[in-house]
Design a protein around this ligand. Structure first.
Ligand code: GLN
Length: 437
């Protein structure tokens, strides 16, 4: 007889029922496929986990929120999933998401929109809408998301939970369905920084199956043990450009209050510049279109799933078409090479801004999440959510969102950004801030 980790049927059914309204899960694993033979006593013992639907869990539907993969049952575990299981994490199921992680609102899933448990009239943010909503609703203790341009931090901010995007290469991407390989990063979403750090302890670390995975000293991977809330003497940079680009007054006030809180906890605030922040969005989108186009060529309807162009939603199709256009030989110089150059400009800006200080602190999003049912005609209105988050992906550096309070009743996060490999420091400042408010 197989020994299944005991999660009572009634418990699961209760969550399933409550989730009918929120729609944070695409699959709730009632039969315990992901919990089969689960050993007890690991670091995540007893903690329930939600996995974003673009990360393979052996035996479960890994659809990436798309009709394209509506029949794709993953034949293997992603490295992060393997590690969660080895550490007794109780996987509850596959969380909802924007189709192929393309979005900032949680509305474009083939399986329907996710609701925001913390602000029911407003979108939960995306693309990791399900993981953030499932944590906010208390359906799971922690969840795994992916972040290409903000998809962990944005929904964490809107749903009032903690989200962390590690340094590029810190967590293996093996088993993740790519949006844009050079930007994608898997990371934790949790109610508090401590749990996010604990999940990082388990999922971070070198993986020979991911060529971009970093090989680091063991000391890098004890995030929860090394958490330090002391903010005395920590140098925190704040860029003027943040103020210029936050479009909501309430958010501006909240972020300034958050900075004041950091100051009263002993941090020193330093003025810095991010001169080219304005070009961050086009830079991100051009790079991502090209990589996404190339990533989607395998969905030709022959190997698995449906032919993507035939069944995907409007936003995914837009990206495929634009990516294909920019990738054409005659245009690649004009757009793609420029986008790559712009990416190094942003990277340089960030390293200058971070030089001599510990972290940057600022907004996660420039505006509040829109209400459900709002018609968004121009895709740039949606893209605008990402202005402050894409920079960390373009530079491959760690960044997290920690709840900073509410604006008009809607949760809003403070973003902390650090230098490459300073993941611990970023989490420490998030932790210190969390204790302050
Ligand atoms: N909102 C951004 C996009 O649509 C980021 C998505 C993500 O991080 N997966 O591409």
């Amino acid at each position: 007889m197989l020994k299944t980790y005991r999660m009572e049927r009634w418990e699961i059914d209760e969550i399933k029922e409550r989730d009918e309204d929120i729609n944070s899960f695409i699959v709730i694993d009632r039969n315990g496929i992901a919990r089969r033979n689960l050993k007890k006593g690991g670091r995540l013992d007893g903690l329930t986990v939600g996995i974003k639907s673009n990360i393979c869990v052996h035996g479960l539907l890994t659809s990436a929120g798309s009709k394209t993969l509506e029949n794709y049952i993953a034949p293997y575990d992603a490295t992060v999933v393997e590690r969660i299981k080895e550490n007794s994490g109780v996987i509850l199921g596959m969380c909802n998401m924007d189709e192929f992680a393309c979005g900032s609102s949680g509305e474009t899933s083939y399986y329907g929109a996710t609701k925001n448990p913390s602000a029911p009239e407003n979108i939960p943010g995306g693309s990791s809408s399900g993981p953030a909503a499932a944590v906010a609703a208390g359906f799971v203790d922690v969840a795994i998301g992916s972040d290409t341009g903000g998809s962990i931090r944005n929904p964490a901010s809107h749903c009032g939970v903690v989200g962390f995007k590690p340094t590029y290469g810190m967590v293996s991407r093996y088993g993740l369905i790519d949006l844009a390989m050079s930007l994608d990063q898997i990371g934790p979403i949790a109610k508090d920084v401590k749990k996010a750090a604990l999940l990082m302890d388990v999922i971070a670390g070198h993986d020979p199956r991911d060529e971009t995975s970093l090989r680091l000293d063991k000391k890098f991977y004890s995030f929860s043990k090394n958490l330090d809330k002391n903010l005395k003497g920590i140098k925190v940079g704040y860029a003027d450009e943040f103020d210029e680009l936050i479009s909501d007054k309430g958010i501006k006030n909240l972020i300034h209050n958050a900075i004041d809180n950091l100051t009263s906890a002993g941090a020193e605030i330093v003025d810095v510049n991010l001169t080219n922040l304005e070009i961050a969005l086009p830079t991100y989108y051009l790079n991502m279109y090209v990589e996404f186009f190339s990533a989607t060529r395998k969905y030709d309807g022959r190997r698995y799933g449906h032919r993507i162009e035939k069944v995907c939603g409007e936003e995914v199709l837009r990206r495929i078409l634009l990516g294909s256009y920019i990738s054409q030989k005659e245009y690649s110089g004009r757009y793609y090479r420029k986008a790559l150059q712009a990416r190094s400009v942003i990277r340089k800006d960030l390293s200058l801004a971070l030089d001599g200080i510990d972290v940057l602190a600022g907004p996660v999003v420039p505006k509040l999440p829109h209400k459900f049912g709002t018609k968004i005609e121009d895709p740039r209105t949606m893209y605008a959510y990402d202005i402050f988050t894409v920079i960390a992906n373009l530079a491959g550096i760690p960044a997290g969102s920690v709840p900073a309070g509410r604006v008009d009743g809607i949760p809003t996060g403070l973003q902390i950004i650090g230098k490459a490999l300073d993941d611990q420091k970023v989490m420490n400042v998030m932790y210190g801030f969390e204790q302050e408010i």
